[in-house]
Design a binder for this molecule. Sequence first.
Ligand SMILES: [Cu+2]
Length: 163
Amino acid sequence: MRTPLWASRRNLIALIGFVLALAGLVAEAREYKVGNIAIAHPHALPTVGDLGTAGVYMTFKNTGAADRLLSATTAASSSVEIHNMSRDGGMMRMRRLDGIDLPAGETVVLASGGLHMMVFGLKAPLRAGASFALELRFENAGKMLVQVNVEASSAATNQNHKH
Ligand SMILES: [Cu+2]
């Protein structure tokens, strides 16, 4: 007896879904671990025109005692700052921070419109698909080198992130 066509098509669709889910996992799989800190999905937005700055985002998951991100450096730019963006009345305001607290057992997300890092004085424009090494320094966990992927995003661009 032959398998009805609708059954095999359903299997094919399920297979395609599985492959797509797997591809998504691979793209998101860039995760690092130093001490109790897991660092997931370090990424930056492509630069716009000659603008020598870009926002850098990632997620920190602290599975141990409280820690703190102190600073970051990269050979790709002259400096890296830690910023927080928040809504103040109707205005988005940017504040420079001297670190980011990573409370025990908590996840801290650096994302567009909130906590983020920012590279200044980029030596070359950031193009989607490229990547650069960024060294993170934590109070307790020490140093960790992560690879930051430059990813195009429809949600935000560096154009509306001027200082
Ligand atoms: Cu900023």
